[in-house]
Ligand binder design. Structure first.
Ligand SMILES: [Mg+2]
Length: 146
């Protein structure tokens, strides 16, 4: 079976971490974009089709929670996995209450990450499918066929 790559945006102020993870995810067949701040994350989402954002909570300037709020507002179909360091698990739970799909503890276990990416991608695909069906139904109704 041909794997359809998940379009992932990695957002973290730690460049080494982003680069290392980009390489591994690319090797695993995913399509990776990178951003190093909350602002850069939002700029990238404007320009690029992304399925899942992997979002660091602790970043200088606009932090992960603030970025998550903007993503939910402006790109509601994009799924978010929060990345937490030591001591920010509570923030991750807050993030999930604000609509993040899940969270991962740093240093992220790769299998754990790919499993969560797959779950997030699946949720997005299903949501988009429901929207397509609803739109098709609406069109039919407007046409007077139902
Ligand atoms: Mg950080």
């Amino acid at each position: 079976m041909v794997k359809i790559p998940t379009r992932v945006l990695l957002v973290d102020d730690e460049k080494d971490f982003v680069e290392m993870l980009s390489l591994r995810l690319q090797e695993a067949g995913e399509k990776i974009s990178a951003a190093y701040s909350g602002k850069e994350c939002l700029d990238t989402l404007e320009k690029t089709n992304i399925d899942v954002v992997v979002l660091d909570i602790k970043m200088p300037g606009m932090d992960g929670m603030e970025t998550l709020g903007e993503i939910r507002k402006r790109f509601p179909l994009v799924e978010v996995i929060m990345l937490t360091g030591h001591g920010s698990t509570e923030t991750a739970v807050e993030g999930m209450k604000s609509g993040a799909f899940d969270y991962l503890m740093k240093p992220a276990d790769f299998d754990d990450l790919t499993a969560k990416l797959e779950g997030a991608r699946k949720r997005k695909d299903e949501q988009e499918e429901r929207i397509r069906k609803a739109e098709a139904t609406l069109l039919l109704r407007k046409g007077g066929n139902i």
